[in-house]
Design a protein around this ligand. Structure first.
Ligand code: ADE
Length: 255
């Protein structure tokens, strides 16, 4: 996959794109990475890229010419997706990350200042937000998407399985993980994980995923395919919180 970032701050990406998994992906040429300096497409000798907003108001707005010309400097190719980072965009989710991972090239357009001229949106394929908060520029948002997408590119992650079992894999948060020592400052690892009983471990992990998602992110449950046993665990957790016990058939797991 090729990644191209149009930005006023190319140096922002220097360390993150050289470190850890991303660094290796670039080194192994699973991911190609380059930046384009938007300011190189300014029209005046001061290399101006912003101006005051029509209609008044505080702050500056990025001018359309340098942004669109920077976009046009990237050769089009099949499977290319041009993305504008903006808090007004569609929310980034793991299904969207998986969709973007199928692209041949992601081109990120990073805005700065108070925003950009709205006409620029006609030159991109998607507008994406990484969450309901405002950053002072699109660079951290682009980096987050790159980080989430690159690990799904074939050959980037060492362990092929670790992309499947994780949080949001099935629309649920991930179960908790433990490693040695089995007891740390009086806190013990749940017995089931030491039992060597694979089916029991799988079941306990599913229960943990379901109940943690119910507790922390109930909004995700609407999209998840829940089994009757999953629903029992939720009812049981809800009953425990309200001081009652779950009725009906017992699926209970001790932890
Ligand atoms: N630029 C500023 N805030 C942003 C956000 N939340 N997501 C994407 N791009 C942004």
């Amino acid at each position: 996959m090729q990644i191209t970032v149009l930005t006023l701050f190319p140096e922002y990406f220097d360390s993150p794109m050289a470190a850890s998994l991303l660094g290796k992906a670039v080194e192994n040429e699973r991911v190609g990475f380059r930046t384009v300096q938007i300011r190189d497409f300014a029209h005046d000798k001061h290399r101006t890229v912003d101006d005051t907003p029509f209609g008044g108001g505080s702050g500056m707005v990025m001018k359309p010419e340098p942004l669109v010309e920077a976009l046009e400097s990237v050769p089009p190719r099949e499977g290319q997706v041009r993305i504008l980072l903006t808090p007004r965009g569609e929310r980034l989710t793991q299904p969207l990350v998986r969709e973007l991972a199928e692209s041949s090239e992601l081109v990120f357009l990073c805005g700065r200042y108070e925003g950009f001229d709205e006409r620029v949106t006609e030159w991109v394929d998607r507008e994406i937000s990484i969450g309901d908060f405002v950053l002072s520029g699109g660079e951290p948002a682009a980096l987050m998407i790159i980080e989430a997408v690159a690990r799904l590119v074939p050959g980037v992650m060492g362990n092929a399985e670790s992309g499947v079992d994780e949080s949001f894999g099935e629309g649920l948060l991930e179960y908790p993980q433990y490693t040695r020592p089995a007891e740390f400052r009086g806190r013990k690892v749940p017995d089931v994980l030491l039992s060597g009983h694979h089916a029991a471990v799988r079941r306990w992990r599913r229960q943990q995923s379901v109940v943690t998602t119910w507790r922390r992110r109930p909004d995700l449950l609407a999209q998840a395919a829940l089994t009757p046993e999953d629903q029992y665990w939720i009812d049981e957790a809800a009953a425990a919180e309200s001081g009652q016990s779950a009725g009906g058939r017992s699926f209970g797991i001790k932890d």
